[in-house]
Design a protein around this ligand. Structure first.
Ligand SMILES: Nc1ncnc2c1ncn2[C@@H]1O[C@H](COP(=O)(O)OP(=O)(O)O)[C@@H](O)[C@H]1O
Ligand SMILES: [Mg+2]
Length: 248
């Protein structure tokens, strides 16, 4: 992670190396004339990083994630993913990019008529994984997120926290190169939030790049990962790059 123009100034804690996986260059996003959800955001997130995206409600966290998962185009500026300017890519190349990205939506977006098991199995089945492996993998992950007793439950019968854990399991099951999660611990208690963070950290250890939006300051403080802080659509880089920004 680095904010232009203060790129590559070493921070006090070790930074993941590697190539930029996400690059936003002077990105602004306006939903309505004269109102900007993002204002001139330039930022790089490198392959192998785990970055918190913080800021108060309305700061632009969800909008920034939507730019990265290509749900919307910026009003101004460019977005590059995996070293490709997404505005230049044909439709099938975009579809290929999207397949590398796992997304935990703030509103979950589960398939209502499918069980927890079938919701989480979906990405594996789409990828053509055989049912023996689907069963083993999905069962193990749903146990890990504490849903072992709800494999057959439909989303409507589960609590907000349970649905959130189902959404996380679905986003991570196929081993995405990039995981984007919008308030992924917003509906669970501290103990479960820390457990889910350990899952994210383990994915990161195995090579996944993660961007986790949260307004949970205590969680960010406990885990000690670098963060990008948004305020009123502008990015302010904080630890471990505070000195880099101050020096720029
Ligand atoms: N689809 C939309 N249409 C109009 N305004 C929007 C839309 N989505 C977000 N906004 C506005 O953009 C700003 C940033 O919102 P958002 O990205 O959802 O922030 P956060 O996720 O940090 O709470 C807010 O002022 C919000 O009202
Ligand atoms: Mg949001």
């Amino acid at each position: 992670m680095s904010a232009a123009p203060a790129a590559r100034v070493p921070g006090p804690t070790p930074r993941a190396g590697g190539d930029p996986l996400i690059r936003l260059f002077h990105v602004s996003k306006s939903y309505a004339a004269g109102q900007f959800a993002l204002r001139d955001v330039s930022v790089e997130i490198k392959k192998g990083e785990l970055v918190f995206l913080t800021g108060p409600s309305g700061a632009g966290k969800t909008t920034l994630l939507r730019m990265i998962y290509l749900a919307e185009r910026p009003t101004r500026g460019t977005v590059s993913l995996f070293d490709q300017d997404v505005a230049q890519l044909p439709r099938d190349a975009l579809a290929n990019l999207r397949r590398k990205i796992g997304i935990v939506f703030q509103d979950f977006r589960l398939v209502d008529h499918l069980s927890a098991f079938d919701n989480v199995a979906l990405p594996l089945r789409v990828a053509g994984v055989d049912e023996v492996r689907v069963k083993a993998h999905v069962t193990e992950l749903l146990e890990w997120v504490g849903l072992a007793d709800h494999l057959e439950a439909k989303p409507a019968t589960l609590s907000g926290g349970q649905k959130q854990r189902m959404a996380i399991a679905r986003a991570v099951i196929a081993g995405p190169s990039l995981l984007l999660a919008d308030e992924p611990t917003g509906n669970v208690d501290d103990a479960m939030a820390d457990r889910l963070m350990r899952l994210f950290e383990e994915m990161n250890r195995l090579g996944t790049t993660l961007v986790l939006a949260t307004h949970n300051e205590a969680l960010v403080a406990r885990r000690g990962h670098p963060r990008l802080h948004l305020d009123n659509g502008r990015i302010v880089v904080e630890s471990p790059l505070a000195r880099a920004v101050a020096a720029s």
